[in-house]
Design a protein around this ligand. Structure first.
Ligand code: CS2
Length: 477
């Protein structure tokens, strides 16, 4: 490690003895930075008695388990405000595993004290169709149906590789152990994320064992949540900075903003940490909160990403400082606000906070990271606003601009077959179509009803011309 000072010692249980190591009661899928800045932070803060340990399984990056395992699950959370950094060692993560270790997942879920399975697996990993059913047409899903069936028949390998596959294999072990239900808590940016998880899991269970499906329907609670904390990927510079500041050599710190929010709706039949002590809010109806978050924060992020990259910007703060991008964000927020009528949402305040959060230039939130997985993200962030506007008899021009910016972004890719998007092959096929047909086919990846509407297609093409005129570039579509 470059610049490692002589005094720095490795961060682990020896250099940072915990008052007590919590027993595993939460199993998490998707060991990324966001989880470590969010649910793991809330749990650490809400559970001073150390009764709720998290065993986390990796998703896209299996090496994260090795790095964190070597540190006994400990890591530094850097809270980066506009004026400075705060460092804190998080203790709630007590086990880190490769996501492919489904045998360990099954072992843990069969324990009565395990009460929660939480998820941060990214939007496309739910593998549901636009109408909300398990996408059995996807090769990943059909391979996993076969794999889960063999796990249920007693064959340990090959292990399932998808979330629905792994979770159903784990829940089958819990049913067989007869230790009662638990809660599944999705923490991804999807509308009704708990219900989407439920559909994916029930769909998989139905394919492999209809009795298991009935058991899951009876015993497992799927909790809807709205999650928020801006957390870019960790860089080598962050590792260096933590070492300089703490004299601890932490190979996997997480940098996040001071702001955090977590709204949950659902049941916890086997118990939960008192997350409300750390500021989480439990509500009966998640919808207004999730809409505010997805349509204001996340939609603006995607707009800044696609329009900002096209205009040569690298980070959210840089794009927001561009007067055109900032105006487009405000117009998008005006449309979303017109669809969010509940005064309790306090949208003026929410928007003011977002402007400050996005402008925090000390958080280098890279637009290329936000630009990933556009199809799954825009389905939740742009489509409902555009549909809502059309249903209200308005044009939806600002939401259409966001979709146009995404289309221009994918059309500008040197090799669409390499795009960081689960639907890259379909995008590449759509881009091969000529003229307007291209717009229709790209739009159909987001929403088929909108793609059938000639006025919407024309509106998106007009917005694309406007984006190019503003950037002084030629359209490629
Ligand atoms: C971002 C989110 O990458 C993205 O798509 O919009 O990760 C965003 O930073 C979080 O939802 C903030 O809570």
């Amino acid at each position: 490690m470059t610049g490692r000072t002589a005094e720095a010692v490795a961060l682990d249980a020896a250099s940072h003895p915990r008052s007590r190591t919590a027993p595993v009661r939460i199993v998490h899928l998707g060991l990324g930075a966001f989880h470590r800045a969010h649910l793991a932070w809330y749990t650490d803060r809400a559970d001073p008695a150390r009764e709720w340990g998290i065993a986390a399984f990796t998703g896209r990056r299996p090496d994260a388990a090795l790095v964190l395992g070597a540190q006994d699950g400990l890591y530094t959370l850097v809270e980066r405000g506009p004026d400075g950094d705060r460092f804190e060692v998080i203790e709630s993560l007590v086990e880190a595993r490769d996501g492919a270790d489904v045998a360990r997942l099954r072992e843990l879920l069969a324990r009565p004290e395990v009460a929660i399975v939480s998820l941060t697996i990214t939007e496309p990993a739910y593998l549901v169709t636009a109408d909300g059913r398990l996408d059995t047409g996807s090769p990943e899903v059909s391979d996993d149906i076969a794999r889960v069936s063999s796990v249920l028949a007693g064959d340990a390998s090959p292990a399932p590789s998808t979330m629905p596959g792994r979770l159903v294999a784990g829940l089958a072990a819990r049913r067989d152990a007869d230790v009662g239900g638990l809660s599944v808590v999705s923490c991804d940016n999807l509308s009704r994320n708990g219900q989407v998880t439920r559909a994916a899991v029930l769909g998989m269970a139905e394919e492999v064992d209809p009795d298991l499906r009935a058991w899951i329907e009876r015993e497992i609670a799927f909790v809807d949540t709205s999650v928020d904390r801006i957390t870019p990927r960790t860089t080598d510079d962050d590792v260096e900075l933590v070492q300089q500041a703490t004299q601890l050599h932490d190979r996997s710190p997480v940098v996040t903003e001071p702001f955090r929010s977590w709204v949950l709706a659902g049941e916890f039949p086997a118990g939960r940490p008192s997350w409300e002590d750390a500021g989480a809010v439990f509500v009966d109806d998640i919808e207004p909160f999730e809409r505010r978050k997805l349509w204001l924060l996340n939609a603006a992020h995607s707009l800044l990403a696609y329009s900002g990259i096209a205009r040569g910007h690298a980070t959210v703060a840089e794009a927001l400082a561009d007067a055109d991008c900032a105006r487009w964000v405000e117009e998008l927020w005006d449309e979303a606000a017109g669809l969010l009528r509940d005064p309790a949402l306090d949208l003026d305040r929410y928007r003011a906070d977002l402007r400050d959060r996005f402008a925090n230039a000390r958080i280098a939130h890279h637009l290329t990271q936000i630009a990933e997985d556009g199809t799954a993200k825009l389905r939740a962030r742009a489509v409902p606003v555009l549909r809502g506007e059309r249903e209200a008899g308005r044009s939806g021009a600002a939401a259409a601009r966001l979709i146009a910016a995404w289309m221009d972004h994918v059309a500008g890719s040197a090799d669409p077959a390499q795009l960081p998007d689960a639907r890259r092959d379909d995008i590449a096929d759509a881009l091969a179509a000529p003229g307007e047909e291209r717009t229709v086919r790209l739009l159909a990846l987001l929403d088929t009803a909108l793609a059938d509407d000639a006025e919407v297609v024309a509106l998106i093409e007009e917005r694309s011309r406007e984006l190019h005129a503003a950037a002084g570039t030629e359209g490629t579509r």
